[in-house]
Design a protein around this ligand. Sequence first.
Ligand code: PMP
Length: 398
Amino acid sequence: MFQHVDAYAGDPILSLNEAFQKDPRANKINLSIGIYFDDEGRIPMLDSVRKAELAVVADAGARPYLPMEGAANFRTAVQHLLFGAEHPALKAGRIVTIQAVGSSGGLKVGADFIKRYFPDSAVYVSEPTWDNHRAVFEGSGIEVKNYPYYDPATGGLRFDAMLAALREMPKKSVVLLHACCHNPTGVDLTPAQWQQLVPVLRERELLPFLDLAYQGYGDGIEEDAYAVRLLADEGLSFFIANSFSKSMSLYGERCGALSVVCPDAAQAALVMGQLKAAIRRNYSNPPMHGGQLVARVLSTPELRAAWEAEVKGMRERIKAMRKSLHSVLSAKLPGRDFGYFLSQHGMFSYTGLTPEQVERLKAEFGVYVLRSGRMCVAGLNTRNVEAVAVAMAAVLAD
Ligand code: PMP
């Protein structure tokens, strides 16, 4: 019956994570998967989230289905977090938000909507991008193309080439942009570069699709929403998928959202209707529990303040690890410039390691990074950073 079914090659990131789990070496170090670990190497349970959970459980009642679009308190809290409670586009009813099964679910609902209402549009993603971007959009039957982004020569951004590519895109093309903490490179646009993007997006009538999976891991919770607010301030229409997997350490609860900023309230109502239709035919309605933790944290002032402090702690720990790695590597290989470890943002860095060097890191030192050279800096800690730097220096020196 199923002989004709193709074998699934597996997801490269998840497969490498499985290989790590099976590796018997005691000194192995996992810098592959995009998860924040604390200095003890554990996935944190944030205190603000724990307190919210206790309160939510204490108040728990019956569990009816949520509406297709999710819980109203969650959706409002997300809108205020992303745009600011007083944003004129919110007040004008131009922004619609649905609770999604992680931001992956938000991307999927958005992709289905795009396929139906912009059937001739391709989606352009940065070269490189998170592997699943291509998979999700192609899975909805959309053609996926690249625009230039990362410059291996400098470890920075090919901004002029990116702008030039945007200028050549057919009208109504969808442009997927990482709002902060680009995965996999850690290379972000500066505020000035975002501003330069706006007229091109407007003139070419492009449809930006922002992905904000790491809010708070770059420069701050508000700062990392810069691109979202700028595009909304500029009156553009766009999509934004955002996630609480990393910012609240709620990976397995699948908490995310999709928002669409529309030209007016009437169009927003139409879009909302079709987002609901897309949800209905995919999974009917989202789960309840995780979203209620998020809503509670965001809308209870003490919990909100505690969460912001915890996110700051995570962000600063990553920055400290970047500095340690940079200083050991610079001392060991003085001729090389490792400044990109300091300038890149968020959880990830493109190390510039070749696939062969990555393989040696794993085989000889038990250090796991992705084949592309992407390292999850959030897997470093005060006990392993020196060993990682020594291992990297060894494979880079030969
Ligand atoms: N976008 C990017 C860029 C990501 O890195 C991730 C998670 N690795 C996601 C979206 C999906 O996050 P989630 O579905 O857990 O919210």
